[in-house]
Design a protein around this ligand. Structure first.
Ligand code: WQD
Length: 339
């Protein structure tokens, strides 16, 4: 079974390629290297013993996408990660996000229709929910107006997939709405390596602990939460990667209940920013340098997953703890910095 993984050299993509290969799947990776590095191929090989087939491809280049599928028409499934994902950047540069996250999806789906590629796993996000009305949040919660072009592209992408599912003869889709992926593979061969200053919390924490950053800014401690800082559902990236294999097999084995399904992929546990900081200090046995600053515009106060549907229907459950994730993130950071 040959599976195409777009963005397969990226953070979540590379961890998913490892899990696919560990489960006997033949993988072909495409990536434009805009937010990843080619040496991830060797790193994947060092973990799973197999070097995935790779082709550099700019998915915004429609003719290139067409010729890729002319060459590779033995693809049984697609896991589509390739997209831009920085909330702040999307506000500065919306057209980059609408082109890179949506045109590329349309070109891929046109090829799926052409070659009757039936199995499509889409990388969505809890961002589509905006500020939830109630918690934990279920898949039937209303999708709210996005607070960023990034979030809007995830909403529009899901709408494109729903509209296509009404007319396609073949396409079967599962959209996985990720909560907050953190951590790294236990070998510290692959992990999150943001280009420039990290937008996300955990890489900023580990870079501060490594002395790359002066101190962590905690964006607000005056929210209506127990300790005043925002709450999120932090999920180990390896648990998240495994969810993609389970979802793919649901489609390959035709176990899906409809041709468009959505699952929340989180732990079901909410943790505040300050709880994450304290957990990191406990796990690494070192003080973290941080200060409380103003709120970050666009942040939701609290969001964490109701995971019953993923647990009971998809048959997947997060197994790793926050401490596991933070420990792996720190091990990865130290490896990257040669500490
Ligand atoms: C988490 C919490 C911040 C950095 C976004 C996207 C989501 C996904 C993950 C792509 C918030 C606080 C952060 C810092 C801080 N993106 N924080 N200091 O915003 O929940 O989710 O990234 O897949 O789709 O929406 O993640 O890690 O940026 O923030 O205090 O230096 O940490 O205010 O409360 P977020 P995050």
């Amino acid at each position: 079974m040959k599976i195409l993984v777009t963005g397969g050299l990226g953070y979540i993509g590379s961890h998913t390629v490892v899990e696919l290969q560990n489960n006997g799947y033949k993988v072909i990776v495409i990536d434009n290297l805009s937010n990843s590095a080619i040496d991830v191929l060797e790193r994947i090989e060092s973990i799973s013993g197999i070097r995935p087939e790779y082709q550099e491809l700019e998915l915004r280049d429609k003719p290139a996408v067409i010729s890729f599928f002319q060459k590779h028409n033995d693809i049984h499934g697609i896991i589509h990660f390739a997209a831009s994902k920085a909330v702040g950047e999307s506000i500065e540069n919306p057209l980059l996000y609408y082109e890179n996250n949506l045109n590329t999806l349309v070109y891929l789906l046109q090829e799926c229709e052409k070659y009757a590629i039936a199995n499509f796993i889409f990388s969505s996000s809890c961002t589509v929910y905006g500020e939830p009305d109630s918690l934990p949040i279920t898949e039937s919660a209303p999708v709210k107006k996005a607070t960023s072009p990034y979030g809007n592209t995830k909403q529009i992408a899901e709408e494109i997939l729903v509209d296509l599912s009404h007319v396609s003869e073949t396409l079967q889709t599962i959209a996985l709405r990720y909560f907050n992926p953190i951590g790294a593979h236990k070998t510290a061969e692959i992990g999150e390596l943001p280009k420039g200053a990290p937008q996300n919390l955990v890489p900023f924490i580990t870079q501060t602990a490594a002395g790359i950053r002066e101190e962590l800014s905690v964006f607000g401690d005056d929210y209506a939460t127990e300790d005043g800082s925002c709450i999120r559902d932090y999920i180990h990236v390896v648990d998240l990667a495994k969810a993609h294999v389970v979802a793919l097999e649901r489609l390959l084995n035709k176990k899906n209940a409809s041709n468009y399904e959505v699952f929340n992929i989180g732990t079901g546990r909410g943790s505040s920013v300050l709880e994450v900081v304290n957990a990191f200090e406990k796990v690494t046995n070192q003080k973290l340098n941080y200060k409380i600053v103003d709120r970050r515009p666009g942040d939701v106060v609290s969001v964490y997953a109701d995971t019953h549907k993923a647990n009971n229907e998809l048959g997947w459950k997060a197994e790793k703890s926050m401490e596991d994730a933070l420990e792996s993130a720190w091990k990865w950071e130290k490896k990257v910095r040669g500490m």
